[in-house]
Design a protein around this ligand. Sequence first.
Ligand code: MLT
Length: 268
Amino acid sequence: MSVASVRGIELAYTDVGTGLPPVVLLHGYPFNRSMWDGQVRELSGRWRVIAPDLRGHGESGAGDGAAVTTMEELAEDVAALLDALRLERVVLGGLSMGGYVALAFYRRFRERVRALVLADTRATPDTEEARRGREESAQKILSAGMKPVADAMLPKLLAPATLENNAEVAARVRGMMERTKPEGAVAALRGMAARRDQTELLAEIDVPTLVIVGSLDTLTPPRDAESLRARVRGSRLVVIEGAAHVSNVERPAEFNRALAEFLETLEP
Ligand code: MLT
């Protein structure tokens, strides 16, 4: 593990490989950088792969315990990490909340984005109902910790067949959720609830973009991915059959193939 001091916190990150262009992968909520282990292992032989723990998650600090962490703040942290690593431009990928952060990053720092990977994510903001649900989750986390929320989320994150037949993947996803710091999870929930609509930004994206979604994703379903593909000029959509929301963990071989084929098309 490496650590960089950025914007008042110690940010933990993985940084493996040397090939160009560098690829930065942003995890979802309430996970951490270890969700990318299967991608780091496979892709780092060919590319430099960097995966940070976003503020309040994994081994990164939570800062001053702010009650809300916006997607913009998380994007600023990523930019500060790139500064610390002296990286001007990278391929930026994010899954779910990581995708919200990638879009916020693109809006603010588009000159630093060589290409985008948007996995199991969307550009639209929360509905009122979703915002209420997030605050209920936040209250539950504050009163009872991560376990009840992890129990409730797990069946929505993985396909039924994975839950039934792949105890290792289920334990890994559950473990990530249970280890997330309550204050980090609550701040991220409130930040996601407050996130802006990025729909009109999609038409401005002029870098190569890969959209990935699990065919069984019910949280950010294939119709959201199709809408991203339709709005981002020249983008490509890969649907990973049989995977749900955490498609990179459920179907690493298919996810890695899609990512590697996309990266191969980019000049260093
Ligand atoms: C995630 O996986 O990052 C979350 O499910 C995203 C969300 O709750 O909107």
